[in-house]
Design a protein around this ligand. Structure first.
Ligand SMILES: Nc1nc2c([nH]c(=O)n2[C@H]2C[C@H](O)[C@@H](COP(=O)(O)OP(=O)(O)OP(=O)(O)O)O2)c(=O)[nH]1
Length: 335
């Protein structure tokens, strides 16, 4: 919104340019088809006029990202944000600028139109899209493609353990969770649990159930099995991540991380999302010191991909996760 936008020297590009810091809001509301997010069209006279973006703008000197977000939404949408949590951070090189975009999920605000809609002050149109559906409008700003993809990922990522619970009990647990809205599942059957045909049959049964409700399945560390059962992707253990020279050729690739180096490796490999932990003490890794949400937030602050917290968590931990830059929670027991 102004010429005195905060900039920092950019140390990580070949031709250093000042970095323009931007805060942008993913406004979320409950619509008839579930949760919806807002895109707004840039008006004539701006760079990329006619392109769709998340409301927001440049961080001014002395302002935090969160303060900028509140100011920009007052100016651009005439609303006062009352609930916002930090999400992913994306850096992008435009011909006109090098930008660092800090995205926030905004779930509550005051003001706006009487009918619950939002009337833009500076943009010339707004449009709501259900989460998980392709954007209702186009084109979106070039930096925003991965943001839309990330928005399609659910907040809860369930990890199976049929080896411990038994196949029938695990499938019954899955049926109940899918009925409750679960849409993202990792088949993780290793160690002494299922093997051979039993593992394959279980993975196929999970895929059939999850696909029947429009959800997605990743298979832990086994691309061949993932392909054989028609899963959507592969989830790399941290050791498989370290060994991976190229991104597995599957639509969805995710990885388990424990520290900054592994998170960097997941990003460099092209993973769509990562899981980081353990956040809390967990029975499956009793000797590992938990990160806690404070350290988790530091590690994830600059991540351009969504990161789930893992380790001793359940859906009850979502408010703490959201406050710590997490996309959501992954859970072995707590789903
Ligand atoms: N607000 C917003 N900006 C985005 C998004 N994606 C993206 O690449 N950008 C880029 C475009 C611009 O280079 C920069 C935002 O600058 P801007 O020009 O909109 O900032 P502003 O509202 O302060 O406008 P102005 O006063 O400079 O005209 O961030 C997004 O989703 N929302």
């Amino acid at each position: 919104m102004s010429d005195n936008a905060a900039t920092t020297a950019c140390a990580d590009t070949a031709a250093p340019r000042p970095v323009t810091h931007v805060a942008a809001a993913v406004l979320l509301r409950q619509g008839p088809a579930g949760t919806e997010f807002l895109l707004a069209r840039r008006p004539e006279g701006k760079v990329y006029a006619g392109w769709w973006e998340f409301p927001g703008g440049k961080v001014e000197r002395g302002e935090t990202d969160a303060q900028c977000l509140v100011r920009e939404l007052q100016e651009e949408m005439a609303i006062t944000v009352t609930a916002a949590t930090p999400w992913i951070t994306r850096r992008f090189e435009y011909p006109h600028a090098s930008v660092r975009l800090k995205f926030f999920k905004v779930t509550a605000w005051e003001g706006g139109a009487a009918d619950g809609d939002i009337h833009a002050v500076e943009h010339d149109a707004v449009a709501w899209t259900p989460l998980g559906a392709p954007a209702a409008v186009a084109p979106v700003l070039p930096a925003n493609g991965p943001i839309l993809e990330a928005l399609g990922l659910p907040e809860v990522y369930a990890v199976t353990d049929a080896g411990a619970h038994g196949v029938a009990a695990e499938l019954a647990r899955l049926d109940a969770a899918l009925a409750g809205g679960l849409r993202l599942v990792q088949v993780r059957e290793k160690g002494d649990g299922l093997d051979g045909a039993a593992r394959r049959d279980f993975a196929a049964a999970v895929v059939a159930r999850v696909h029947a409700v429009g959800g997605r399945v990743l298979v832990n560390d086994d691309v061949e099995l993932a392909r054989a059962v028609g899963a959507d992707g592969v989830h790399l253990s941290s050791s498989a991540l370290r060994a991976a020279a190229v991104r597995p050729d599957m639509p969805l690739v995710a990885a388990s991380c424990h520290d900054a180096a592994e998170l960097d490796a997941a990003i460099a490999l092209g993973c769509q999302f990562a899981v980081l932990g353990p956040v809390a003490p967990t029975a499956s890794h009793p000797g590992t010191a938990p990160l806690g949400w404070g350290r988790f937030a530091e590690l994830v602050e600059e991540s351009p991909i969504p990161v789930y917290g893992l380790g001793g968590l359940s859906a009850a931990d979502l408010p703490a996760a959201r406050a710590a830059n997490a996309h959501g929670v992954a859970a072995l027991r707590g789903w």
